[in-house]
Design a protein around this ligand. Structure first.
Ligand SMILES: *Cc1c(COP(=O)(O)O)cnc(C)c1O
Length: 489
């Protein structure tokens, strides 16, 4: 994306490194709509024209990454009772927030492991023709993951799945006492997280009705004010044991201010952890620098590791040598040298590695590796910069071409308070028709009942032309449903 943004940023600041450009973008681009119009003016194009979308694609330096992925065809992504308008065309896949697309190299890697298994059986643990002995298979993905979340390798472990990991982390980091036993979450957190937290509270003998507290959005709104979060921490902090927020909210798409929440929580003596399912691979994270205590994420959304893929955890280096916390242990968390000496006591690996329980699924691990190799071709800062523009362009076109036609946009307009996802809320009786209409146009979005569609253009494999086609399709669907567009005054 630098090609398209660079001239603007260069005009103001001269030559910059990627990180500095991102910092400028972060501090200076408050409104994508203004940015889009400036870019169009510079190109002497109408910002609403198809030519402008093609112009943005032409200057997209990350566009080559699309070729790393299998893009589903229109005909393959629709239910049997819907006829696609263009069955052979690639679908417009805006659903990477639910399941990321499959990197082509994954099949190759998984097949290699199947071959090794077939040819050498148990020996694959020790000698491996591709230099990935299964005994230390997790070593292939730890450093690359650390890079993506802004952590040190000692702070990362790749293991299990998200909700199981939340339980393991809470076993260690939720240690309620008589006067400090509450858990603070955002209201309407992902159901699995609520179930996990409530069951942990009960496990410790407390009542979720009084022990679990939440921060709500103002009535009729969907996003939560930072001030309300900070005030709650200030007011209740001394009785809060654990703060467990999501990084990017799965429904509204709001990107919370993790650094500020962490600082406020720790000032009050609370432990702070984040669920980063919708943040990892989507936004720039600096978990080490922000001093976050712990975090967990699944890897099948923006990390494209495949359905039910292996998940990840972060535990801050400051806890790496703290072996006094309770923990639910397993042999994979024990020192590698004595792991197979079954008469030896548990000897935890320092850092996140010491929280591993079982030997990891090799097939799932190399599936993740295939995707991380694609991430290694670029950087989160570059991806995020394209993402801000790509989603900003969607926001712009929705605003100009549909202007609330039958929906309410519930995601923050500020590009720095959201990731790539934009959520639209429809009247409940319209939702199904909108989704079916989109399918006919070969567009895949995520439906959240009862009334929401979540649209997530992914900077790794989506283009500006797809955003253009998507908005055009949505407009024609709404007009078919009898809505009349009125331009904004
Ligand atoms: C996707 C997601 C989950 C899914 O949990 P699994 O344990 O992977 O099934 C949980 N919480 C949040 C916030 C999510 O976005």
């Amino acid at each position: 994306m630098w090609d398209i943004l660079s001239p603007l940023l260069k005009e103001i600041h001269g030559e910059l490194t990627d990180e500095l450009k991102y910092q400028k973008l972060k501090h200076e681009v408050k409104d994508c709509r203004e940015l889009i119009e400036r870019l169009a003016a510079k190109a002497k194009l109408n910002p609403l024209s198809v030519e402008f979308s093609q112009h943005l694609d032409k200057h997209d330096k990350l566009s080559y990454l699309r070729d790393e992925f299998n893009i589903p065809k229109s005909r393959d992504v629709i239910p049997n009772d819907v006829v696609a308008l263009k069955p052979n065309e690639s679908s417009i896949y805006f659903c990477g927030n639910s399941l990321g697309l499959m990197p082509k190299r994954v099949k190759h890697l998984v097949n290699q492991e199947l071959d090794v298994w077939a040819a050498s059986g148990v020996n694959g643990h020790f000698t491996h023709p591709y230099n990935r002995p299964w005994l230390s298979i997790e070593d292939t993905v730890v450093e690359k993951t650390a890079e993506i979340v802004g952590a040190k390798p000692i702070e990362i472990a790749i293991m299990n799945t998200l909700t199981s990991n939340l339980h393991l982390l809470m076993a260690s980091f939720y240690t309620p006492t008589k006067h400090r036993n509450k858990v603070l979450m955002e209201a309407k957190a992902f159901p699995s997280n609520q179930y996990a937290v409530e069951s942990q509270i009960k496990f410790h003998g407390y009542d979720p009705a009084t022990t679990l507290i939440t921060v709500n959005s103002p009535p009729g709104e969907y996003t939560i004010n930072l001030d309300d979060i900070l005030n709650t921490i200030e007011r209740e902090g001394s009785s809060i044991s654990l703060i467990l927020f999501s990084g990017v909210h799965y429904y509204s798409g709001q990107f919370f201010k993790l650094k500020k929440i962490t600082a406020a929580a720790q000032k009050k003596g609370c432990v702070v952890g984040f669920d980063l399912c919708h943040a990892v691979g989507n936004v720039v994270l600096k978990l080490h620098k922000w001093n976050v205590d712990f975090a967990a994420w699944c890897s099948y959304k923006y990390l494209n590791s495949g359905p039910g893929g292996i998940a990840g955890i972060f535990i801050h280096e400051k806890h790496a040598h703290d072996f006094n916390r309770p923990r639910f242990a397993g042999w994979w968390g024990s020192d590698r040298r004595s792991r197979f000496q079954m008469d030896k006591p548990f000897n935890p690996i320092p850092g996140a590695g010491g929280f591993q329980v079982s030997n990891p699924s090799v097939l799932n691990t190399v599936s993740l590796l295939g995707s991380l190799d694609v991430f290694s071709k670029t950087s989160m800062v570059q991806l995020r910069s394209k993402s801000i523009l790509l989603t900003g362009y969607l926001d712009y076109l929705l605003d100009k071409q549909l202007n609330g036609l039958g929906y309410k946009l519930i995601t923050p307009r500020d590009p720095h308070q959201r990731g790539c996802q934009i959520s639209l809320v429809y009247d409940e009786d319209k939702l199904d028709k909108v989704i079916k209409g989109l399918m006919k146009h070969g567009a895949v979005v995520d439906e959240r009942s009862p009334d929401c569609i979540r649209i997530a253009p992914n900077p790794m494999y989506n283009s500006f032309s797809e955003v253009f086609r998507f908005v055009k399709a949505l407009k024609s669907i709404m007009e078919e449903l009898g809505f009349k567009f009125e331009a904004k005054k």
